[in-house]
Design a protein around this ligand. Structure first.
Ligand code: DX5
Ligand code: ZN
Length: 230
């Protein structure tokens, strides 16, 4: 049985955008494992958030893992900038890649000693080219909302895909985070945990709560209990 650790990744997009540094501090106080940074370019998805300049400005504020979710149409043009800005995990959307593009990005990420992730929109299935490359990934991110905005409702139609990919990863004995992103809160984190997720991104489910520090602890407790304790 595959047992990757439970990790909570607050999504800073849901915090006060004029004060992101304070959002990082809250995540650290709550004992978050990594901070989720949603980069959207207005082309891949209908919103524009922030870029490498913001990531760089936040970097000195925290030693926490910077989990950078790049919802951008042309990652090749920006990969170096995000690495230089201090991203630790660089997660790219599979929809904008093919085998050759993946290999190129991977060679850059790897040569700089960073981690690579691959993200799928709710309706996207894992492409064949990615099946052969799972061993290069540190994270497979399954969106449970349409990319663009924090605060949407989780799309439970993604659940079979979570189960399927969780089994696939287990069969192959891969050490890979299965990261679930979109609409997670204390009421449903157990459901996605039971289906095989081990990293839980939460924007509104953390920063939209009256006590975000406590919300992080609650998400962790609920996820761990659904996963049988770890
Ligand atoms: C959607 C983003 C998500 C989102 C999470 O484009 O990838 O990370 O901001 O926020 P909540 O948890 O509020 O859905
Ligand atoms: Zn995200």
């Amino acid at each position: 049985m595959r047992m990757m650790p439970t990790r909570i990744a607050p999504s800073i997009l849901a915090y006060d955008l004029s004060n992101l540094g304070a959002g990082l501090d809250i995540a650290a106080r709550g004992g978050a494992d990594q901070i989720h940074l949603d980069v959207i370019d207005g082309r891949f998805a209908p919103n524009i958030t922030f870029g490498p300049g913001t990531v760089k400005a936040l970097r000195p504020r925290s030693g926490m893992k910077f989990d950078t979710h790049l919802m951008i149409a042309e990652p090749r043009l920006y990969i170096d900038k995000f690495i230089e800005a201090g991203s630790d995990l660089l997660t790219f959307q599979a929809e904008v890649l093919d085998a050759a593009a993946f290999d190129l990005l991977y060679s850059v990420v790897r040569s700089r000693g960073k981690e690579m992730g691959l993200a799928l929109k709710p309706e996207t299935q894992l492409p064949d080219w990615a099946l052969d490359r799972l061993d290069r990934l540190s994270a497979l991110l399954l969106l449970t909302v349409s990319p663009g905005f924090s605060g949407q409702t989780m799309d439970k139609r993604v659940f079979p895909k979570i189960e399927h990919l969780s089994s696939l990863v287990a069969e192959r004995g891969l050490k890979l985070d299965l990261e679930i992103d979109g609409g997670i809160d204390e009421g449903n984190v157990g459901e996605v945990a039971k289906r095989g997720g081990n990293v839980f991104v939460a924007g509104a489910g953390v920063y939209g709560r009256p006590d975000p520090v406590r919300a992080i602890g609650e998400l962790r407790a609920k996820a761990q209990s659904a996963r049988g304790g770890s």
